[in-house]
Design a protein around this ligand. Structure first.
Ligand code: FES
Length: 188
């Protein structure tokens, strides 16, 4: 007697019209379609982020000199922290930011400029005229007038910034350096 053929009798499933197979084919097709439709959107939104990360790592922005102030406005021998505006251009921001630096004028033609960022972990430090020292409020690093590390956890002295004096005005190149390491490595 011939055996009755049924869904269970075929090895490996139910052939071309198996409902399960049709569902999974449809699911695969939909997944691919969603992938195709969303890929350009993801690329569009993600590109600025990728650019900014890669840009920071491999393509440092070209620092340009920005005017900080007139040399005649700085007292001689006493650190001052003038504010100045500098153009800022990133993937997301086109405009100006207010920045500060530490300026120590030695004469009308000689000056030292320090980044205001503590090389330990990036806090802003202050000048204490009575103690005649720069002291960071965050973890107590202490620096001399010429930027040497006198104590505390900072791994190096203060970071100097490139500068020039033109027609009696001080111009500074704003640069950022990696904190927490003994070497002065520019990161921005
Ligand atoms: S951030 Fe200045 S001492 Fe830690």
């Amino acid at each position: 007697m011939a055996e009755k053929e049924g869904p269970q009798s075929r090895e490996g499933g139910c052939g071309h019209h198996c409902p399960g197979q049709t569902d999974s084919t449809r699911r695969r097709f939909l997944k691919r379609l969603v992938g195709i439709l969303t890929a350009p959107l993801v690329a569009l939104l993600g590109w600025p982020l990728v650019q900014s990360v890669v840009g920071t790592m491999y393509r440092l922005p070209k620092a340009t000199f920005t005017k900080v102030g007139s040399m005649s406005s700085f007292p001689q021998g006493e650190p001052v922290s003038p504010l100045f505006e500098m153009p800022r251009q990133t993937e997301y921001l086109h405009g100006k930011t207010t920045q500060d630096v530490w300026v120590i004028k030695h004469s009308d033609t000689e000056v030292t400029v320090f980044s205001p960022i503590c090389p330990h972990l990036g806090c802003h430090y202050n000048w204490y005229s009575q103690a005649h020292k720069f002291i960071c409020p965050c973890h107590g690093s202490v620096f001399s007038l010429d930027g040497k590390l006198l104590g505390g956890p900072a791994p190096r002295g203060l970071d100097t910034l490139p500068h020039k004096i033109e027609k009696g005005d001080l111009y500074v190149k704003w640069e950022l350096f990696r904190v927490g390491i003994p070497q002065k490595i520019r990161i921005g």
